[in-house]
Design a protein around this ligand. Sequence first.
Ligand code: ADP
Ligand code: MG
Length: 608
Amino acid sequence: MSQRITILPENLTNKIAAGEVVERPSSVIKELVENSLDAGATDISVEIVSGGRRLIRVADNGYGMSREDALLSLERHATSKIKSDSDLDGILTLGFRGEALPSIASVSRFCLATREAGSPEGTEITVEGGRVRDVKACGMAPGTVISVEQIFFNIPARLKFMKSSETEAGHVGDVVARLAVSRPEAAFSCISDGREMLRVQRSDLQRRLSQVVGRDAASHLHKVDSCSENVTVSGFVSGPTLVRSGLQAMYTYINGRFVRDKVVQHAVMQAYRGVIDRGRYPVVALFIQLPAGEVDVNVHPTKHEVRFRRQSVVHDAIQGAVEEVLRLSPWLAGRPQLTPSPSLSPTAPTGQAYRERIAAAAQASLTMPRREQHHPQPSAPIRTVATSSEAALEAATVSEPAVPFKVEQGHPAAGYFSSLTVIGQFHSEYILCQSGADLVIIDQHAASERVAYQRLKQQCLAGGIESQRMLFPETVELSFSEVAVAGRFRHDLAGIGFELEPFGGNTLMVAAVPRLAAEKDPVRLVRDILADLAGLGTSAAFQDALDELLSRIACHSVVRGVHALEIRQMRELLHSMDETDFAASCPHGRPVSHVVTLAELEKIFKRT
Ligand code: ADP
Ligand code: MG
């Protein structure tokens, strides 16, 4: 009989486990800071060098470890946080798997120094690629300091997946920010290559948010505090004027643990339905507390996903809590027509059928492709004016005309649009024109956008997009990853008219923007562009995405939604349409004009 199966040596199983828990420097920091918080630390400092490739150091003032515990903590499945089966049903700590330290130590040059408060000295353990090299006594303040040098030095394949120092540092900043929001009562600092990214003193949630998401953002937040069916939802949510183009400012926590949970996100987005535009996301810091037995955090090694025992109850509690605040807030108060969904009404029945529908919708959204959910393509331009809920409502209630008109075939002849006789404007959205026996209907928004897009394209070909320096440069507070993106693409962005200067921490200064879009909301444009760039790695990818970026700028340069025009302005638009190369395709691909022939009209009126 042959024996083909062997039990793997521990050093190898640790490396395998590291594959799941230790993806990049920011995941090491997440694990180490969570350990510090579990150890009751109230002061946590994070330091990285070269985005964490060269060095990651986390120091805390928690309760530390004895020499015996310190040695044990490096063994696989060694934890002080659970002891028996039954403990798994009521986890109150951030860790419990006993995997992080041995995993990290197996893929780096690792040093753990720790001292219990009552102990005269500390213990320092040095590990290299999972092998303990040295154990000695050391002098140090009570607490724990863990240093991780040369991460993945023994896994070259992993090393290749690491991004630039800037990008990795951006992720580290975001992870520390999330942890800092979860514990306002603890002080945090994060230093990258000697520069301070973040430093926050012990405070309360509101102050912590203003430090992490920005003072301006924090002043637009509304308090949430509600409890139903044993689910407590508290924290802050933004009004419709404070939105982001991605999920980066949605801080959601279950029992103190940051999660990116689909059910939670869906519940929040449902509450904002009809209040903010599609493809926009609110700024929220929501803390959901529920009995530990009601949530299973042992779903994924990183614990970002959870499973709820009563999914629809949790969903409804979150949605209800956020809606209650949105309904009472100034921009919605006294506008009964703004409660289009039964769920927005306080007296709405939330029966079983309704819950099931919501749960089904949440489930359905789980199967949506990620990119579509997080970064809606600009192919369906938002027709509402986002800064005014009134306009947003108005636009939302105007349905697209389901006209069986024929889309114009082929490319219009040169000078075609200028040759049209303008009849007038319909619904402040369409320009009606006559051309011989044809009625020509022009979507003014689509047309202006396409003109702007073509102009930008021409400028690009001629050497660069015209930029306009801001008279009063504005600052914009972003996520750390977005700031890293701005740095990475600094030169490419300059080529399309943006000058964005680092302004410390997660803030950028907008010094210049493309001239065409300078009149509108430059900060919002910068946010959108950086969100578009988030997934791109290289300048080549930037060039590939150029069309999309230009159409994003074009989209920002035109007035959205309904907009009354004078005949003169309509004529100007028609002229511009002839001046730009309308034959070229636009990434939006939306038709700009429709033609209704006299014959078609006569048929409708049964004249033929
Ligand atoms: P887990 O957190 O899942 O228990 P880890 O491998 O992250 O597993 O840590 C193992 C153990 O080491 C923890 O259970 C804890 O007892 C101890 N430990 C880790 N980091 C610290 C720290 N910063 N301060 C005190 N004890 C720590
Ligand atoms: Mg841990």
